[in-house]
Design a protein around this ligand. Structure first.
Ligand code: RET
Length: 236
């Protein structure tokens, strides 16, 4: 096993255990248990991706000879929509009237990941940075929706769920913003950090964005009174 493979084995073990632990730790009340399920399947997907990366399945040579891990993008393309859906449902108090916000946010998010992969696969420098910029534009769209319309509706709905939304929103934004930075500095971008270090950095980010966030979010739900879920106010 090469040194750059070690974080993948660590990732597989941590994600697999975290999936079970978050499920057991989650709020079991009927109103909120889908959040525990969301936060439990996210590390399960990641464990699968880390297993693939450890085994070398779906690892291809990038344009500059550095490996591109297709499993990582498959993981992000499926886990980030689940994390977003959970957060947006919280902001909207799960009210079906507002659920139309979920699809456009997820579309932008999947485009962000797909065009990030396009950037990693581009041999041409111009094409690479155009894809990177387009991915950042999609990311900006996601952040706009979370901090703009969804937060405004949450504000009007108020209550403990709004505080949970705010807390989770700040956490998610802070962690997600580091991903493009690591990408831009890693072998896919400027090549300032080597692949071995990048793989550890992405592992720390993934554990923070999926596991730490999963525990924090599920703990926060336990503080919400059951009758807040599905609440709606006129004009919101
Ligand atoms: C890329 C590269 C191109 C520019 C941008 C990116 C953003 C990636 C993000 C990933 C988040 C992943 C998470 C995974 C864990 O569940 C694709 C790195 C903007 C924000 C949260």
């Amino acid at each position: 096993m090469s040194a750059e493979q070690l974080p993948f084995l660590v990732g597989f073990v941590v994600m697999a255990l975290a999936s079970l632990a978050i499920y057991l730790h989650g709020d079991k009340r009927q109103e909120f248990r889908h959040h525990a399920q969301f936060h439990s399947v996210v590390p399960f997907i990641a464990a699968t991706a880390y297993l693939a990366m450890w085994l070398g399945t779906g690892t291809i040579d990038g344009p500059d000879g550095a490996p591109v891990y297709l499993a990582r993008y498959a993981d992000w393309a499926t886990t980030t929509p689940i994390l977003l859906a959970g957060l947006i449902l919280t902001g909207l108090h799960e009210h079906p009237r507002h659920s139309t916000y979920i699809l456009p946010a997820i579309v932008l998010d999947v485009i962000m990941i797909a065009t990030g992969l396009a950037a990693a696969l581009s041999a041409d420098e111009t094409a690479k940075w155009v894809w990177f910029g387009w991915s950042c534009a999609a990311f900006a769209g996601v952040l706009f929706m979370l901090w703009g319309p969804v937060r405004a509706i949450g504000d009007r709905l108020g209550g403990r769920l709004e505080q949970v939304y705010r807390g989770n929103l700040v956490f998610l934004t802070a962690v997600w913003l580091v991903y493009p930075l690591v990408f831009a500095l890693g072998p896919e971008g400027l090549g300032v950090i080597a692949i071995g270090l990048e793989n550890w950095a992405v592992l720390v980010l993934d554990v923070t964005a999926k596991v730490v966030y999963g525990f924090v979010a599920t703990a926060r739900f336990k503080t919400v009174p059951a009758d807040e879920e599905g609440s709606v106010v006129a004009g919101a």
